[in-house]
Design a protein around this ligand. Structure first.
Ligand code: S3P
Length: 444
C-alpha cells in the first residue's frame, strides 16, 4: 500500500521567495543530447526526479557513462550514434512518456532489438504516433495491437531523411523525429503544429544545423543530419509547469505573495500565465534574460480575491498542455462559466486528465459539462468546503496528485489523497515547499 496524505486545515498566509526544481523537458533533452555529443558535457541544476533517474539508467545501459553529484550531472558522450550495448537489453522508462518517445529517435541505427518498457500508466499510452514516422526513416518495430509498451525496436544502416507533418501539436513527436534526423543523411523537414520548442533551441545552442521558420499555426523545421557536435555546459532553469502549482496556490489564497526565481519563461510554456492574467490575475515576469538559448526570469504573484471566467482560445492549448488541471481549479473558483475546447490530447497523458479533472471538480461540488475533447466549468467564487474528500489512486499521475493538494488548501474540507509518491516523477521538492510556505499535512 502506498502512502496517503491527509489535509484538514487550509488557513495560512505567506510572503516568500522560493526556488522550484529544474525543468523536466529540458533536463531530459540535456541528457539525450549530452549522450550524442563528443566528450564530457556538464549539466547544472538537473531535475533529480524519478523520470530523470530512469532516463539516466537507460542511457547507462546504452553504454553512456553518467556521473551525478547532487544536481550536477556529467555525461561522457561518445558522439553521434555512439551507444555501445549488448544484445537483449531492456530499457525501463518508468513513468516518462517524454524519455520513452524521444529515446526511440536515437535508436534508429541500433544493430540489435532493444526492448522498451514502462510503468502501468506509460504502458497505456500511444506509441503509434512516433512509430509511424520512425518506420519511414528506417527503423523496425515489434509491437502489440494497441501500439503501446512494451515494444521492441531495431534500427537500420540505411536511414532516410523524411518530410514529417506533425499535426497534434506534440513536442514529443516533433523532438523524436528531430533526434532521429541527427543520424539521418541529408535534410529532414518537419512541418510541426506549434508546441514547446526546447529541442529547436537546444540544437541552435549546440550549433547543430537547423533552420526554423515560424508561422502562426505551424513551424517549418529543417535539420541537416550526421553533423558531429561538441560536448557542452548547461544550467537548467526552474520548471514553469511545477511553478504553476504554487502560482495558483498563491493566487487563490488570502493575503499571500510569492516570488519564484529563475523560471524557464519560454513563451511556448507560459500560456497558463497569459490565461491567468486574462482571468484577472496580475502575475509579473521580471528580470528576463536569455541563457543557454532559453528565456528565464523571476515570477511575482499576489493573492487575487476575484477572478473572471475564461473562454480559452484553443490555439493556446499546446502552450499550457500540462497546466490545464490546475487552470481548471482556477476556473472552479472564478465568477461565471469557463470553457476549454480541442483538448482531446489531454486524455492521452499520464492519466485521462480531461475526464479526471472534471471528476475532481465534481467531487468539490462544481458543475461541469464534459465532452470527449472539451469542458465547461461552472465557477463558484464562494466555495468553502466542509465535507470529506477522498482522492483515489489515479494511474500514478503526479499532476492529479499535486492539483488535489492545492485544491485542499484552497477550497477547505477534510482530504485524503492517495498515490503520494507520484509527485516524485516530476517535482520531488513539492511537499517540502508546501511545508516551507507554512502549510500542514499528515503523511501516513
Ligand atoms: C513534453 C511534451 C508534452 C508534455 C510533456 C512533456 C516534452 O507532451 O505534455 O509533459 O518535454 O516534449 P506532448 O508532446 O505529447 O504534448
Amino acid at each position: 500500500m502506498g502512502k496517503k496524505l491527509f489535509i484538514s486545515n487550509k488557513d495560512n498566509s505567506f510572503k516568500k521567495t522560493i526556488l522550484i526544481d529544474g525543468d523536466k523537458s529540458i533536463s531530459i533533452r540535456a541528457l539525450l543530447l549530452g549522450s550524442q555529443a563528443q566528450g564530457k558535457t556538464f549539466i547544472e541544476n538537473i531535475l533529480l526526479s524519478e523520470d530523470i533517474i530512469n532516463s539516466i539508467n537507460c542511457l547507462k545501459k546504452l553504454g553512456i557513462k553518467i556521473l551525478l553529484n547532487k544536481k550536477n550531472c556529467s555525461i561522457y558522450g561518445n558522439g553521434l550514434n555512439g551507444f555501445k550495448f549488448k544484445k537483449n537489453i531492456i530499457l525501463n522508462a518508468g513513468n516518462s512518456g517524454t524519455f520513452a518517445r524521444l529515446i526511440l529517435g536515437l535508436l534508429i541505427k541500433s544493430p540489435y532489438y532493444i526492448k522498451l518498457v514502462g510503468d502501468k500508466s506509460l504502458s497505456q499510452r500511444d506509441f503509434e504516433r512516433v512509430i509511424v514516422p520512425l518506420q519511414k526513416i528506417g527503423a523496425n518495430f515489434r509491437i502489440n495491437k494497441k501500439k503501446t509498451l512494451p515494444l521492441k525496436i531495431i534500427g537500420s544502416n540505411f536511414t532516410n531523411p523524411i518530410f514529417y507533418n506533425e499535426n497534434r501539436g506534440s513536442a514529443q513527436c516533433k523532438s523524436t523525429i528531430m533526434l532521429a534526423a541527427l543520424n539521418s543523411p541529408g535534410q529532414t523537414i518537419i512541418k510541426a503544429k506549434k508546441s514547446r520548442d526546447h529541442t529547436e533551441n537546444f540544437f541552435k545552442y549546440l550549433g547543430i544545423p537547423i533552420s526554423v521558420k515560424k508561422n502562426k499555426i505551424y513551424d517549418e523545421i529543417k535539420v541537416r543530419g550526421q553533423k558531429i557536435f561538441k560536448s557542452f555546459k548547461y544550467k537548467v532553469p526552474s520548471d514553469p509547469s511545477s511553478s504553476a502549482f504554487f502560482i495558483v496556490l498563491t493566487l487563490l489564497s488570502k493575503n499571500c505573495e510569492l516570488k519564484i526565481k529563475n523560471v524557464n519563461v519560454n513563451q511556448s510554456r507560459t500560456g497558463f500565465i497569459n490565461i491567468l492574467n486574462k482571468m484577472g490575475a496580475k502575475i509579473k515576469i521580471k528580470n528576463v534574460k536569455k541563457k543557454y538559448g532559453e528565456m528565464q526570469a523571476d515570477i511575482f504573484v499576489k493573492s487575487q480575491p476575484v477572478l473572471k471566467k475564461i473562454n480559452c482560445p484553443s490555439n493556446l492549448n499546446s502552450n499550457l498542455i500540462d497546466e490545464f488541471l490546475i487552470i481548471f481549479l482556477v476556473a472552479a473558483k472564478a465568477n461565471g462559466i469557463s470553457s476549454f475546447s480541442n483538448l482531446g490530447e489531454l486524455n492521452k497523458k499520464e492519466s485521462p486528465r480531461l475526464k479526471l479533472g472534471s471528476k475532481l471538480l465534481n467531487h468539490l461540488g462544481i458543475k461541469t459539462k464534459l465532452t470527449k475533447d472539451s469542458i465547461k466549468i461552472y465557477g463558484n467564487p464562494y466555495i468553502d468546503l466542509k465535507k470529506t474528500i477522498n482522492i483515489g489512486n489515479y494511474f500514478k499521475d503526479h499532476r492529479i496528485f499535486m492539483t488535489s493538494v492545492i485544491a485542499a488548501y484552497v477550497f477547505g474540507g477534510k482530504w485524503q489523497i492517495d498515490d503520494v509518491d507520484s509527485y516524485k516523477s516530476s517535482f520531488p521538492s513539492f511537499l517540502k515547499i508546501i511545508r516551507e510556505l507554512g502549510y500542514k499535512f499528515k503523511l501516513v
